[in-house]
Design a protein around this ligand. Structure first.
Ligand SMILES: *Cc1c(COP(=O)(O)O)cnc(C)c1O
Length: 468
């Protein structure tokens, strides 16, 4: 009989060694899985915690897409370091409540210190930037829209959207679809979203955006926000941030940069110039749970208009909330969307502290270089790279696909059945469907990248069975 801590320790140690040997994906039947789970757990009698722990780990091993696998080339879901796991464990253990500073002074201060490090990396002014951890990019992007509204319409908090008029948010077809959710949830409506054209490299077309703003102004609409993406989800494209910042300044429009994944490039001296202009943003979204390799549930929101942040989120709750601990502290519930706050930033702090600033940058740069290796191996094998990005997200196709001899769906079906690597497909700029591979793990090595190319090559060269 072991106890739950021994069981967890064994699981953590074994998984670190065995992950590489597991299939990255396995076929799962919803009906069979549900039946299996229902037969194991009916809540009729208590079960020992170490036994439940073992059962859950078994289920996770046999049914999940293993996003921490070195050959998971997927959707910005990282491998996690022990520092992040330890941080999440400590947060669970002490369960600090960060809503009010006075309830969790140390946890709040560790988050503040961590956020200041990233504020500096972005080039935002340290003394006038408000920053907080969020649940993820969706919450950070939602915060941006709500704060921009509060900034532009000081009376909005009282009178609601009736004061706002016909607002327009400019983005592109490649922007994250969280903005569609935001338009629906905020009451702005999806008609507020204006998707401007992209250039041949899938980046925002600045000239077309200028024309669109002028057209909208002439017809009485109210240009309200420009969203630039630093590392699009589909193709890793970085919009021309400086040119977008110029346009936003000229027309006095809020400039938000969604750097949910690509923000990490700000930490790497070699890659930082690719993000030039981000330091001029009114607000920035940056997910720690993407490229900073911490467990999920950690985004960040940065904003250079703290007064608007307060206007958007502050409420008077003096009847039961603890009194403020003084002018040099901030109660997060008054500056963020959430009320009860988990110590989300602790895992980020511990990762940064363990690696140090240079070590964290090195980890990110290593993944970027692995992306460069992938491009080289793909080209050598005759594949065509269709996206441009200094970041490790590679979109590619093959003359056989362009000639209609096989589709990306054919390839993915076969690759998933084999379970050796995981990649996805994407449509960039509304054009062709291409394969998409992103380096998401600090454990990915050159041999993993080679395995990816081997897999898709063997699927491509396999004689095709033609149905008759
Ligand atoms: C992932 C992503 C988001 C959404 O972030 P979540 O953490 O999933 O809520 C927003 N924008 C971009 C560019 C993303 O890649």
């Amino acid at each position: 009989m072991s106890n739950v801590w021994q069981e967890l320790q064994r699981e953590a140690e074994e998984l670190a060694i065995e992950m590489r040997t597991l299939p990255v994906v396995r076929p799962v039947s919803a009906v069979a899985l549900r039946g299996d789970i229902e037969s194991r757990f009916n809540f009729a009698a208590p079960i020992a915690l170490d036994e439940i722990t073992r059962a859950v780990a078994d289920l996770f091993r046999s049914s999940h897409v293993q996003v921490t696998h070195p050959r998971y080339f997927g959707l910005f879901n990282p491998s996690v370091r022990n520092a992040g796991i330890a941080g999440d464990t400590l947060a669970a253990l002490y369960n600090p409540q960060l809503a009010a500073w006075s309830h969790a002074p140390a946890a709040n201060e560790l988050e503040r210190l961590t956020l200041r490090h990233f504020t500096k990396a972005l080039g935002l002014p340290l003394d006038t930037t408000s920053a907080n951890f969020t649940s993820g990019g969706q919450e950070a992007n939602t915060s941006a829209v709500l704060v921009a509204l509060a900034d532009r319409f000081p009376d909005l908090a009282r009178s609601g959207l009736s004061v706002a008029g016909d607002l327009v948010i400019y983005l592109t077809s490649e922007s994250h679809h969280s903005f569609v959710k935001i338009a629906k949830m905020s009451g702005l409506g999806t008609r507020a979203l204006c998707h401007v054209p992209v250039t041949a490299d899938f980046a925002a077309d600045v000239a077309a955006l200028r024309d669109q703003i002028e057209t909208d102004l002439r017809s009485g609409r109210r240009p309200f926000m420009i969203v630039g993406t630093a590392g699009t989800t589909g193709g890793g494209t970085i919009d021309p941030l400086s040119a977008l910042a110029d346009l936003a300044a000229e027309f006095k429009i809020w400039f938000h940069v969604d750097a949910a994944w690509g923000g990490a490039a700000a930490l790497v001296p070699r890659l930082r110039p690719a993000l030039n202009g981000i330091e001029r943003a009114s607000s920035v979204t940056w997910d720690a749970h993407k490229w900073l390799s911490v467990p999920m549930g950690a985004g960040m929101f940065f904003c250079r208009a703290p007064e608007a942040v307060r206007r958007a989120f502050d409420v008077s709750a003096t009847s039961y909330m603890p009194e403020s601990a003084g002018a040099e502290t901030i109660d997060p519930y008054s500056m963020t969307m959430q009320w009860t706050r988990r110590a989300t930033g602790l895992k980020v702090f511990m990762t940064l502290a363990e690696l140090g600033a240079a070590g964290l940058a090195e980890m990110i740069d290593g993944q970027a270089r692995m992306g460069d290796r992938l491009r080289i191996h793909l080209r050598e094998a005759g594949w065509i790279i269709v996206n441009e990005s200094p970041l490790p997200l590679v979109c590619f196709t093959h003359p056989d696909i362009r000639a209609g001899r096989l589709t990306t769906t054919d390839i993915l079906r076969e690759v998933y059945a084999r379970g050796r690597v995981w990649i996805s497909d994407a449509v960039l700029g509304g054009k062709e469907r291409v394969l998409r591979a992103c380096i998401t793990s600090f454990r990915t090595e050159e041999r993993d990248v080679v395995a990816l190319v081997e897999e898709i090559e063997s699927v491509r060269q396999r004689p095709k069975v033609v149905a008759v």
